[in-house]
Structure formats: C-alpha cells, structure tokens
Design a protein around this ligand. Sequence first.
Ligand SMILES: [Zn+2]
Length: 140
Amino acid sequence: MRGCKFCAIAEGKEEASVVYEDELTLAFMDINPLVPGHTLVVPKRHFPDIFSLKEPWGSACFLAAGRVARAVRAAFGAEGLDLLQLNGRVGGQSVFHFHIHVVPRYPGDGFGFFSKRRPVTREELERHAARIREAMEEVL
Ligand SMILES: [Zn+2]
C-alpha cells in the first residue's frame, strides 16, 4: 500500500535490519526497541490489522513469530519473552500494517505498556540483527 512504512520495507524500498524472511513474511528489528532484541514480524502483503488479516499470511506470521522468538531467546539469553500484537489507535497501534512484536524479557528490564523507548544507531540494530540471524540457524 502506498505510504505504508512496512510495505516499503517488505518491497525493499526502505532500510531495515532483517532477521528472517520467507515467501509470506518478513521479520526485522524495531527501530525504537523497548529492550535489546525487540523484533517485528509482518506479512509481505498489506493488511491493516488482525481484523483484516487473511490466510495464509496469518498462520505464516504466527509461525514466523515462534521461530523468531526462539532465535531471539537464544541470541540474547532472555529469561522470558512477550508477543504483543496491537490493533487500532486506541489499542496502541501506530503503524497500520499488521505486525507482531517479539519482545525478549530480562530481570528488572522495567518494561511495561508505557515504557520509554530509546533511539539506537543502525550499527546497533545491525549487530542485534546479526546475532538473531546467526541464532536462527540453531532454532529451525
Ligand atoms: Zn503495508
């Protein structure tokens, strides 16, 4: 969809630190991570939210989220991990292209629904992406 940030990433028109890709989905580092390793899984076709999401993209996204979760946990040694999927402005959604947040959890990470995010460099995103890509091989 024109003007959609995640469609632009899926089409290779906008930069992203990709950790996983298959025929239907793409996973890349969140540009404003809540914690190190925060990754997003999106369908390659535009669906605004869970309500409009169609098969086989829905199943593919959740399968990909599971694989990415295992890789993120392996790469970052996270003790826990949250999958967050927000819908609608009132639900906290800010990019209106369906996505699943894969958020590793650490003791005392202070993460919460209203946690502050911090800006990071592309280099840091790439380092984190490389760790997850490496771990991806181990968790297939
Ligand atoms: Zn889109």
